[in-house]
Every structure is written in structure tokens, then in C-alpha cells.
Design a protein around this ligand. Structure first.
Ligand SMILES: [Fe+2]
Length: 176
């Protein structure tokens, strides 16, 4: 059997097929923003997992475990974001190339930083995502009539705020 690779799913047609009280234009806009966020979550997931593997020093045991908890949360969150894209009639991006094209976060350098710098870099990324999310929530609620996505993004923002708090707490007090 040969697969007919010429058949293309028209994403706009799928967007038109969804009738949930949010205009196609608005849903298109939200899908774009959610896919950008999905790319950021994958960048942060990969960076956190990289640091879980390569962290060294006196904080090894606790950071190794902390990073594992964090990348698991990021993975679950990414899944919810992608599924929201599908609920709105959009196509969730799912390739590393597209994640790299879309993410607004910097790639991790090839040289592994020390443990404290790892924590600082992750904190910066989480804070950057939190600031972006705060704007996205406002736009979803007040301009795009999508309280469902705003609710999802509020939970995502709270998760990032909790992780940011835990990372920040490591950088406060005595240096290690
Ligand atoms: Fe592991």
C-alpha cells in the first residue's frame, strides 16, 4: 500500500469546523500564541532535563531531584497546551525544528554551566515565560473572548511562578 502524501489537511478548514462561540479569527490568533508557548515549554523542558543530567557539585542530590520534578511538570503542561490547540481546531506543532523556530527562549550553551548558574538560567527563563503569559491571559480574556484558554494559561502561569520561587530560594541566603 502506498500512502498518498499529496493529501493535505487544510488547517483553516478545521478551524472553521469548530463551533464553540469564539470566532475563527480569534481562535487562529490563540492557536499561534499557544504554539509559541508550546515551543517555549519544550525549550525549558530540554534545558531542565539537560541540567538534571549534568549538574555537579555539593548540591547535586537535591538539584538532580528538583530538576526532575520540574521537567515532569513542564512535560504535563506542554501536553495540556497542545491539546488546547486541538480543541480550538488548530494544529499543534510537534517537531524540534518548529520548536526551535518558534521559541522565544535562548538555547542552552554547549559548555555546561556550574550548578548555581544553571539555577539562575532556569529562573530567568521561567520569569520570561511568566511575563509573556500575563500578557497572553489579558489578551485572551479581554480581546479574544476565550476564558477557557485564559483559565488554562492562568494555571500554567501559577506552575511557572511556583518553580521560579523554588529556583529563586536556592539563590538567596548563603552562596554554595
Ligand atoms: Fe533521571
Amino acid at each position: 500500500m502506498t500512502l498518498n502524501t499529496d493529501v493535505k489537511v487544510d488547517v483553516n478548514q478545521e478551524l472553521d469546523f469548530v463551533n464553540i462561540g469564539i470566532t475563527t479569527d480569534n481562535r487562529q490568533h490563540i492557536v499561534e500564541e499557544l504554539n509559541n508557548l508550546l515551543a517555549d515549554e519544550h525549550m525549558l523542558y530540554t534545558k531542565t532535563r539537560n541540567f538534571h543530567w549534568n549538574v555537579t557539585g555539593p548540591m547535586f542530590a537535591s538539584l538532580h531531584l528538583l530538576f526532575e520534578e520540574q521537567y515532569n511538570s513542564l512535560q504535563e503542561t506542554a501536553d495540556e497546551i497542545a491539546e488546547r490547540v486541538r480543541m480550538l481546531g488548530g494544529e499543534a506543532i510537534g517537531t524540534l525544528t518548529l520548536f526551535l523556530e518558534r521559541t522565544r527562549l535562548p538555547e542552552s550553551p554547549l559548555d555546561q554551566p556550574n550548578a548555581r548558574t544553571m539555577v539562575g538560567r532556569l529562573l530567568e527563563d521561567h520569569e520570561s515565560v511568566i511575563n509573556q503569559l500575563r500578557q497572553d491571559i489579558d489578551v485572551c480574556t479581554n480581546r479574544l473572548d476565550d476564558v477557557g484558554t485564559a483559565d488554562l494559561l492562568t494555571g500554567v502561569m501559577r506552575m511557572h511562578e511556583k518553580i521560579a520561587w523554588m529556583l529563586r530560594a536556592h539563590l538567596q541566603g548563603e552562596a554554595w
